[in-house]
Design a protein. Structure first.
Length: 164
């Protein structure tokens, strides 16, 4: 008779463990741990020791960083949409058009500098003729799609609100 209460307790413990395992905040899908890319700190939050706002970090000479940050933030923010990943990635690129335009303007300015090499080149990925502007667009499209899929696969949280 001693075995019966022990078996009952074991069965109750197993049932409790199974019911707890069913409770998760990932809607029953497997979430890849550590897959989410952390967001860069915003310079607006930095202050000096006297409480005076610090100067923003100098703008990167390569504007691709601003484009990637924009794509990352918008893709994670829009990843919860029910549209296909391609549609969400397209919306992400559209939201980042101003940053992409600045990157393209910087490339055009550099290409128009005296003694600058031709903008025409051969793509290292496709072997087709290309230029910096086409490659920037391709970068934005593929990076946006990657971030959308990454956010969905890892159930990544959207970025914190920008300060300032």
């Amino acid at each position: 008779m001693i075995a019966a209460p022990t078996t009952a307790r074991f069965a109750l413990a197993a049932l409790a463990m199974l019911s707890l395992a069913a409770c998760s905040d990932n809607d029953g899908r497997v979430v890849a741990k550590g897959i989410c890319t952390p967001f860069a700190a915003t310079p607006a939050a930095a202050t000096t020791t006297a409480g005076v706002p610090a100067l923003a970090a100098p703008a990167s000479i390569d504007a691709s960083g601003a484009v990637e940050d924009c794509l990352h933030r918008w893709a994670y923010s829009l990843a919860g949409a029910r549209d296909s990943a391609e549609v969400v990635a397209g919306a992400t690129v559209a939201a980042c058009a101003p940053a992409l335009s600045k990157w393209n303007q910087a490339s055009l300015a550099a290409a128009n500098a005296p003694g600058a090499p031709s903008m025409e080149a051969t793509s290292l990925l496709t072997g087709e003729p290309t230029n910096a502007l086409a490659e920037h667009r391709q970068f934005a499209e593929t990076r946006a799609l990657f971030f959308v899929v990454q956010a969905r696969a890892g159930a990544c949280k959207p970025p914190p609100p920008m300060k300032g």
